[in-house]
Design a protein around this ligand. Sequence first.
Ligand code: ARG
Length: 403
Amino acid sequence: MTKIEKIVLSYSGGLDTSIILKWLQETYGCEVVTLTADLGQGEELEPVRAKAEMSGVKDIRIVDLREEFVRDFVFPMLRANALYEGQYLLGSSIARPLIAKHLVGIAREVGADAIAHGATGKGNDQLRFELAVNALDPSIKVIAPWRQWNIRSRMQLLEYAQKHRIPVPSDKRGEAPFSIDANLLHTSTEGKSLENPAEVAPDHVYQRTVDPVDAPDTPEIITIGFESGDPVSVNGKAMTPAALLTELNRLGARHGVGRLDLVENRFIGMKSRGIYETPGGTILLAAHRGIESITLDRAAAHLKDEIMPRYAELIYNGFWFAPERDMLQALIDHSQAFVSGEVTLRLYKGSASVISRASPCSLYSADLVTFEESAIAFDHHDAEGFIRLNGLRLRSWAARNGR
Ligand code: ARG
């Protein structure tokens, strides 16, 4: 085993990372510094301090990263309308590079030579943490206890916890909890009965959105303001990025917006089934597409849509801090200069639909598109030539085929 001087651990205070903390101290016999990031997971973080103290941690970092998370990670990703495999808003994927960045920052500050995380050997998160660390500081080693120790299952993890008198949390029904990852953008739930994709997810899996069936019978109309591609206000009220997403989460959750039951392809090779709740993010995606629809040129919009799956896959696979993501980001950001204005949406029983949009930078011309007499010079004969030339090759092709 390599000698390690000091480790910075990504520590949630939950079962897995509590056990990891104990295991690191025992295995490496060195100081462990803990980083607990507030990403808006909606849990009290101060109890984490007491837990870490009890385990003998001297340097305990609890940092509020909510604004940085939304401003520098969620919003840039939203500019791309990023969805993995057409549906997943990447709520866990986008949080990892931010945590990795802070792990590396603290490691440098305290002179630690390694960071550690609680991601398992089967998931995507290990890639996101470690590829980010590689890109940010190749001198820092990564310890992934799940790949090193001989605990092989959640069952064995619980046994280890009992042996070391580490409290085991249970859900409201007294059962072992699902594997949950939550932040301001989403809550993701995996494991247990969800591992059978043929089985319908039980209602209690959903934690932050109401069932659309039980959502209010009256729709709610909201307006979101955009400036250069980023949302800046809700119902006319200017808000910071984190405050804005928090408010949209509240509105969306009430109307059952943003639920997703998905089987996805993990980078590591297997398929997995998860339940996602992304209320505010779902509203923002619809709204952003709404404002882009009047402010982006057609070819610019289509080019964005072409690169989007590639960009989303980079984020999903853990390449946030890679040169190709930077390059695509530059293209996306460049496209957003005129993506400003207001979008109105109707939230109703699980849906968030754009019902109007307006912009001082609009490319939309009612005068040009109108079915009525138009003031703008548009020669209808031009359309005839346009069609004739576009049809030229089709006529040759059809004649050859003997039609
Ligand atoms: N499958 C999702 C992803 O790879 C979420 C992973 C973390 N979620 C969890 N419940 N453990 O982004």
